[in-house]
Design a binder for this molecule. Structure first.
Ligand code: PMP
Length: 324
């Protein structure tokens, strides 16, 4: 076992063992063991760390259930296969690991992060030098955007940095390599907002840095197709295939330009962590520090977005949280 990292560089007085024990949560699954947070570490030779070589999942726990578990498992194993990584545990066991983490941390509401790394290897890219992939499961809490933003709507910015092309690294693969998204998000941060809209090399809308995008025009929902270069979000699928039809709305996959989004009646983002969140303003910048265009989409959360979000909340707080 590697020595635990210090919990804080500024701690002067050591907390009592009991207090430390309480702080040392959650219990985290690391390669076959359930460990307290400070002991949950991986090797510096793990290719997940050295090269971003691996895949991950973000999953919500609502009322003790693993929301859309089956779909997340399908995506995880599909993504692993796409990077030629054989997950060392079968799906059933992966679900068991998640349930053990939920139980050990006494969670009814929360967020699961599954991380599958290429594993411990040598310096050098060769994945053949990593005999055993790493399996990590963290069950904790997540808050992506401020609570007020759900009613007020978010201000987002169009990123100048294009999305990694499908032929280079397909954004349908939820890989540990998120630098393209992080650098796009930094553009948003530079202008004081929390999220970006990313375009592909052809100038079509793809998604946010960590969520999918929808527009609404004349009562119809639109979202970019997966070959535009997006992650096929579980929440996106839930909205398009279940929530929208249940409320009587049609959802169409369509390639869109920035102008289509700017002239939409409503715009919203979807994701496991974000759930459904409205966009109220979209800005563009020149890459030199200046906002060149600022468009109000809707004053606060749009009315159809609100209905979709309410329906979403009704289901995830109800008695039949779907695991499939
Ligand atoms: N796009 C990207 C790039 C993401 O990281 C995420 C979050 N996993 C999403 C979209 C939304 O996907 P989901 O609804 O499955 O969380």
């Amino acid at each position: 076992m590697t020595t635990a990292p210090p919990t804080s560089h500024t701690t002067r007085v050591s907390p009592s063992v009991e207090a430390l024990d309480q702080q040392d949560r959650p219990y985290i699954w690391v390669n076959g063991e359930l460990l307290p947070k400070s002991k949950a570490v991986v090797s510096v030779y793990d290719h997940g760390l050295l090269y971003g070589d691996g895949v991950f999942e973000g999953i919500r726990i609502y009322r003790g259930k693993i929301f859309k578990c089956q779909q997340h498992m399908d995506r995880l194993y599909r993504c692993a296969e796409a990077i030629r990584l054989k997950i060392p545990v079968p799906v059933k066991e992966m679900v068991e690991i998640q349930r053990r983490c939920i139980e050990a941390n006494e969670l009814t509401e929360g967020y699961i992060r599954l991380v599958i790394t290429r594993g411990f290897g040598t310096l050098g890219l060769d994945p053949r030098r990593c005999p055993e992939p790493g399996v990590i499961c963290i069950a904790d809490q997540i808050r992506l955007f401020p609570a007020e933003a759900y009613e007020a709507g978010m201000r987002v910015i169009v990123a100048n940095r294009p999305k990694t092309p499908v032929a280079c690294l397909d954004p349908r693969i939820k890989s540990l390599n998120y630098l393209n998204n992080i650098l796009a998000k930094c553009e948003a941060i530079d202008f004081g907002c929390d999220e970006v809209i990313m375009l592909n090399m052809e100038g079509f809308i793809t998604e946010g840095s960590g969520d999918n995008i929808f527009t609404i025009k004349d009562g119809v929902l639109y979202t970019p197709p997966s070959d535009a270069g997006i992650l096929e979000g579980v929440t996106r699928g839930f909205v398009a295939r279940e929530l929208a039809p249940a409320l009587g709305y049609k959802c169409i996959e369509k390639n869109m330009r920035v102008e289509d989004v700017l002239t939409a009646d409503e715009v919203f983002l979807t994701g496991t962590a974000a759930e459904i969140i409205g966009v109220s303003q979209i800005d563009r910048h020149d890459g030199k520090g200046t906002i060149t265009q600022s468009t109000k989409v809707s004053p606060g959360e749009g009315p159809i977005t609100k209905k979709l979000r309410q329906k979403f909340r009704e289901i995830v707080t109800g008695n039949n949280v779907p695991e499939n």
